[in-house]
Design a binder for this molecule. Structure first.
Ligand code: SF4
Length: 387
């Protein structure tokens, strides 16, 4: 997997949501949010498991009532992925889920009442090592900020963010991350750019209410892509009016496209045209479906004819180039199999699985060697690693 080398990541303070590190040199994490009724414990657990199965690092669960907080307790006991509780206004719910082992509180300090209530929540978070996520949203800006700016603007989002940050600063609480979401791509990007240079905390990226699966994925890829390509962003959520499982898949595709995370197959396929020697589209669809269980990163190319086939095949672990009646498989750039076109899907699946097994063994061996080598070497600080 090619890694991006055209941007330097913004240095941020590392915080932990459960066992998942966010910020600093941690990989950019991918999260989604359940849309089941939280009080329906079985349905919510099932959805969390589905979200985790496609790679989610963190899952957010809405906790709007005390009944939902009690349900959250049961859910938390039965899943291992770190959970963020989404809470609005009611500080008692925040205190309750903190007791129940929540891994992060998504709550805006300025919205939970007087300063004593904020202090109580922050004290509980501090005692239990729970970070807070401030979530600013263009659709719910404070009334006076709306009046001042007339309409949501990047500056309005940032001003709202600092209002919440000020509470945490006064209480000397620094373990937070922050999001500044709007449904407008340019506004969102401008807001994050403004805030990025002013605080050291990690940034949670997202385009809110991005839309349905296709339009939302495109919007999110553009907005998040612009920021990530500038080194801004430590955790992402793609907000889609679709199954949350799709949010994770799109999130990983964005990170994979930028070379920032690798998971599963990075499938390079030509769009196909009348030159194609086999049906590229149905082959790619079948392979994606059959190989969904693969987690280890691997680059695969499926190309319809020799115009682009050999060139692409040389760049990937396994590459297929369509030929008349018989196609060609390349492994690590070397041509090493000819096969009848009707066998393409079955043979490619097998070849990819075998290659993944070999790569995984190789990586495990390399990791073990690295651990051995590092045993006696001092660990670098974050700034040394980034310099
Ligand atoms: S690689 Fe061949 S089949 Fe695929 S789009 Fe190009 S010319 Fe068409």
């Amino acid at each position: 997997m090619k890694q991006n080398n055209w941007s330097k990541r913004r240095l941020s303070r590392k915080i932990y949501v459960g066992k998942v590190a966010i910020g600093g040199d941690a990989p950019i994490s991918v999260q989604s949010m359940t849309n089941t009724d939280t009080c329906d414990v079985a349905a919510t657990i099932e959805q969390i498991n589905n979200i985790v199965a496609v790679g989610a690092d963190i899952v957010r669960v809405s906790v709007p009532t005390m009944d939902a907080a009690e349900a959250f307790k049961l859910i938390k006991q039965q899943v291992s992925v770190p959970l963020v509780a989404d809470i609005h206004f009611n500080y008692k719910i925040a205190l309750t889920v903190a007791e129940y082992g929540v891994d992060c509180l998504r709550i805006n300090p300025g919205n939970i009442g007087n300063f004593d209530k904020v202090r109580e929540v922050v004290q509980s978070a501090r005692d239990k090592n729970i970070p807070i996520r401030i979530g600013v949203n263009a659709g719910s800006l404070e009334k006076d900020i709306q009046m001042k700016y007339g309409e949501p603007t990047p500056e309005a989002l940032v001003e709202s963010a600092f209002r919440h940050i000020d509470y945490l600063d006064k209480l000397d609480f620094q373990d937070y991350k922050i999001s500044l979401k709007a449904s407008d791509v340019y506004m969102t990007v401008a807001a994050y750019r403004q805030l990025a240079g002013q605080i050291e905390q990690p940034l949670h990226l997202g385009i809110t209410e991005a839309g349905g699966l296709r339009a939302g994925a495109v919007k999110s890829a553009i907005g998040l892509g612009m920021l990530l390509s500038e080194g801004i962003g430590d955790t992402i959520r793609v907000s889609l009016a679709a199954d949350p499982v799709e949010e994770i898949k799109v999130g990983f595709d964005i990170l994979k496209s930028l070379g920032l995370r690798s998971r599963g197959i990075n499938l390079i396929a030509c769009p196909s045209c009348s030159r194609q020697e086999f049906d590229v589209i149905s082959t790619v669809n079948a392979l994606e479906e059959r190989l969904e269980d693969i987690i280890a990163p691997i680059d695969v190319a499926v190309i319809g004819c020799v115009v682009n086939g050999p060139g692409e095949a040389k760049e990937v672990s396994i590459g297929l180039t369509g030929g008349r009646k018989r196609s060609l498989i390349y492994e690590d750039g070397e041509l090493n199999q000819r096969l009848e076109n009707e066998k393409i899907i079955d043979v490619l699946e097998q070849r990819i699985r075998t290659k993944v097994e070999a790569l995984t063994k190789n990586r495990q061996h390399t990791d073990a060697m690295r651990v051995e080598k590092n045993k006696n070497e001092p660990e670098l600080s974050i700034s040394e690693k980034f310099s």
